[in-house]
Design a protein around this ligand. Structure first.
Ligand code: AMP
Length: 635
């Protein structure tokens, strides 16, 4: 039996041999000629010359052995709907969606923006794109019109697929007016929109010649047979936008073959999910976890995947565990915030159901605090694996690898580097490797393993500059996270090195939120920082300078302006980015060169020492922050 350590060592020392072996886990229509081409660092090309298709691996490959097995189970506690599709049925629906898109002129390389709630049709469309070689770009349904428009303009899609609405906590959220607004804002809107009507919006307005009804189109393609388009391993499969330091989101571009292999390997070695078993990932299709572990990976592994629309506490805090029992879930994947929400409820909800089928619960997306880790591991009586990764990597960077060796879990730690990742902890000052117990930047020595982003969509230079430009003398990939390794080799993640914050597992750039706040006509400038929050991990907090201060003279006036600013953020980015509060000040603390001292503001907001202030231009600015915070915490 191999140990984790040997497995990891081989993946680094004999990359080509290691990944050639993993590549056998997927179907290749044409086998790759070369496992790795690293002739143009830091761009890594995996399985060069190989031809495959993600949809073929997810569906067609299983039709013989498991055509009648459930592929997708849809459960909506929002609408009460429950539906399951076998591999054969899912294959049919995906071909209908593929035929529908082809009839609208969508082909290989064309972009399709998917702005949909958690419904099976979203999965049909995503898989259909993969089938015909179209590049999907799923935008999270919670994003506002301006964010959607920015993503449309970057991806320049031929088609957008949407629905009339989503639902959260029983409240319908209508999409179409927002979609229309985004299309009006966009400079490069798609020429066709396909809308799946759930019957939420009886007055849904369809623009003739542009907007088409999903059900009507589907009816025209019931018997469609659409073969898979074989793609060279390095052609793009999808774009997924994520936040960074600047206000402009980055289009993370993923390949085909490397992604298929990375996901298949992760199901075997990390998630221990086998064909015929069931996986329940509670994320949203709009996030990378949804792409990888609701849709592609479980299907590639021949599993049944659960697509859940709803929250963890409705109808009660036992709903997820009921799903585990009723559908014999073997592998579950969720996020720390959800567990912190559940922790507020009676643990009896966990004991009410038979969780015998469940092997592991995996958590990711944000730091998992020790008390929450201990609580859920104890309540479940199963291994709870914290693992760490990013939209950019598509699969875990730090994790326990129980399919290879069941290493002991340390609370608060996402364990060790996953195979394939040559992880380094580098000192910020000189890029030298840090000693055990020393806080440093979590970096990956290139080439990045299969499955990781291949570039920033349409901007190779931005990919190199952003991710490989942290250290002057060393071309390494920066995760923009601080980390530390203890004497036993366990890693701990200590937060971001950049201006990115993590609200309930959703990654947001403070600059993005600042830009949104500044869209209010009475805001001259602002600073947004992330502050610790016991439930969501972090929350944005805004400090703003008003142009016209008359309204700030009364408490009501201040409240009203704060509300307006929050609504502006809702409208620009979506409610997930709404600041916890907005404080008004007459100036912001800045360095003499004009840089806002966000870290000092954040320290004050979290009750810590503001740090080195020798470069501050006007210390009175920090005093204002202090007193604004003090007033807001007074009863
Ligand atoms: P995203 O790309 O939205 O998934 O966000 C990735 C970021 O979330 C990482 O860079 C980390 O800052 C944070 N993150 C993800 N997983 C973990 C984890 N297990 N522990 C601590 N932070 C995490």
């Amino acid at each position: 039996m191999t140990t984790y350590r040997e497995f990891h060592r081989r993946s680094i020392e004999d990359k080509e041999g290691f990944w050639a072996e993993q590549a056998r886990l997927v179907h290749w229509e044409k086998p790759p000629g070369k496992v790795l081409d690293y002739g143009r660092p830091p761009f890594a090309r995996w399985f060069v010359g190989g031809e495959t298709n993600l949809c073929y691996n997810a569906l067609d490959r299983h039709l013989g052995a498991r055509g009648n097995q459930k592929a997708l189970v849809y459960i909506s506690t929002e609408t009460g709907e429950e539906r399951s599709l076998s591999y054969r049925e899912l294959h049919l629906e995906v071909q209908r969606a593929a035929a529908m898109m082809r009839s609208l002129g969508v082909g290989k390389g064309d972009r399709v923006v998917v702005y949909m709630p958690m419904i099976p049709e979203a999965a049909f469309v995503i898989l259909a794109c993969a089938r015909i070689g179209a590049i999907h770009s799923v935008v999270f349904g919670g994003f506002a019109a301006a964010s959607l428009a920015a993503r449309i303009d970057d991806a320049r899609p031929k088609l957008m697929v949407t629905a009339d609405g989503g639902s959260r906590m029983g409240k319908v959220v209508l999409y179409k007016a927002l979609v229309d607004e985004a299309l009006a804002l966009a400079k490069h809107p798609p020429s066709k929109i396909v809308l799946y009507n759930r019957g939420f919006d009886r007055a849904v307005r369809m623009t003739p010649g542009r907007d088409l009804d999903y059900a009507e189109l589907r009816a025209k393609h019931l018997d469609a047979v659409v073969p898979c388009t074989w793609l060279e391993s390095n052609e793009p499969s999808y774009i997924l936008y994520t936040s960074g330091t600047t206000g402009r989101p980055k289009g993370v571009q993923r390949d085909v073959g490397g992604y298929a292999v990375a996901l298949a390997a992760s199901m075997k070695h990390i998630y221990c999910g086998g064909a015929g078993e069931t996986m329940f990932t509670t994320s949203d299709i709009g996030w990378v976890v949804g792409h990888s572990y609701i849709i592609y990976a479980p299907l590639i592994a021949g599993m049944t995947t659960v697509l859940y629309e709803g929250v963890p506490v409705r109808p009660d805090a036992g709903i997820w565990w009921k799903i585990v029992q009723d559908h014999s879930v073997n592998v579950m994947f969720s996020a720390p915030t959800a567990i912190r929400v559940l922790k507020k409820h009676d643990p009896a909800f966990l004991r009410k159901y038979d969780l015998g089928s469940l092997k592991h619960l995996f958590l990711a997306g944000e730091p998992l605090d020790e008390p929450t880790h201990a609580w859920i591991a104890d309540a479940l009586g199963k291994p709870v694996i914290d693992h760490y990764w990013q939209t950019e990597t598509g699969w875990p960077i730090l994790t326990s690898v129980p399919g290879v060796e069941k290493t002991p879990i340390k609370l608060g730690s996402p364990s060790f580097p996953a195979y394939g990742y040559d992880l380094k902890l580098l000192r910020e000052a000189d890029a030298a490797e840090a000693a055990a117990g020393e806080k440093a930047v979590v970096a990956i020595a290139p080439p990045l393993p299969p499955g990781c982003m291949s570039t920033v969509w349409g901007d190779d230079e931005r990919f190199v500059k952003t991710y490989f430009g942290t250290f002057r003398n060393k071309q390494v990939y920066s995760t923009f996270d601080w980390g530390i390794r203890d004497a036993d080799g366990y890693y701990f993640i200590l937060g971001r090195t950049d201006d990115v914050i993590n609200v309930a597992g959703h990654r947001l750039g403070t600059r993005e939120i600042e830009e949104a706040v500044s869209m209010h006509s009475n805001i001259a400038e602002c600073a947004v920082v992330g502050v610790a929050d016991s439930l969501k991990g972090q929350m944005p907090l805004a400090f703003a300078v008003a142009k016209d201060t008359t309204r700030l003279n009364s408490a009501e006036g201040r409240k009203a302006l704060e509300r307006e600013v929050m609504e502006t953020v809702d409208k620009q980015l979506g409610a997930i980015a709404r600041p916890k509060s907005v404080h008004f000040v007459s100036l912001l603390p800045k360095t003499r060169s004009g840089k806002t001292l966000r870290r000092s503001i954040q320290a004050l907001a979290e009750g810590r020492d503001p740090g080195d202030l020798t470069t501050i231009e006007d210390p009175a600015a920090l005093e204002q922050i202090r007193s604004a915070l003090k007033t807001s915490t007074e009863p």
